[in-house]
Design a protein around this ligand. Structure first.
Ligand code: HEM
Length: 146
């Protein structure tokens, strides 16, 4: 049947952002990335102050976030913008450090074809989180590419 009703009722396709991306890679991305974050002298303390020892629940949440974004599973239904808008101690350059560690981790795990897709997703999200912070509204986010 190809009438209008059956077209509208068709199931939503949940294709990964790249076919090589797996749940196992996402799990390694999150564990590896936050391992680097925790030992970073600038980012580590910002996270430790909020996570307060609950790393396993933060990591579990971040795996749902990245699966939702990269595998389009819709498992994450939080609101990162208000969470980050409250982080008044975060400075613009912290995003550069965050993205540097993220790119490094992505390069260790994903295929060459998938890497730019994963990195671009993080860069775009970083820009919108940055714009929600302090008086950055309506400003142009900096260039964090390296
Ligand atoms: C300088 C950059 C960043 C800093 C310092 C930062 C810091 C944090 C902190 C402290 C939390 C709260 C942890 C907790 O309360 O358990 C958090 C949560 C989160 N972050 Fe970031 N973040 C940064 C950038 C990003 C970027 C670029 C993304 C996405 C690509 C991201 C995605 C998230 C998500 C999804 C959460 C969970 C929000 C929720 O509670 O639902 N963050 N971040």
């Amino acid at each position: 049947m190809t009438d209008e009703l059956s077209v509208r009722a068709a199931p939503i396709r949940r294709e990964p952002a790249h076919p090589s991306i797996t749940r196992d890679q996402i799990s390694r991305l999150v564990d590896g990335f936050y391992g680097k974050v925790r030992s970073n002298s600038r980012l580590g303390p910002i996270f430790e102050a909020r996570v307060q020892g609950n790393w396993s629940s933060h990591l579990a949440k971040m795996k749902l976030f990245w699966a939702s974004v990269l595998l389009r599973t819709g498992e994450y239904n939080g609101r990162p913008v208000p969470v980050h808008a409250r982080l008044t101690e975060v400075e613009t350059d912290d995003f550069r450090f965050w993205l540097r560690l993220f790119r490094e981790t992505v390069a260790e795990i994903f295929t060459l074809e998938a890497q730019p897709i994963v990195v671009t997703t993080a860069e775009r999200t970083a820009a919108s989180l940055w714009m929600a912070m302090g008086d950055n509204r309506m400003k142009q986010p900096p260039d964090w590419s390296e």
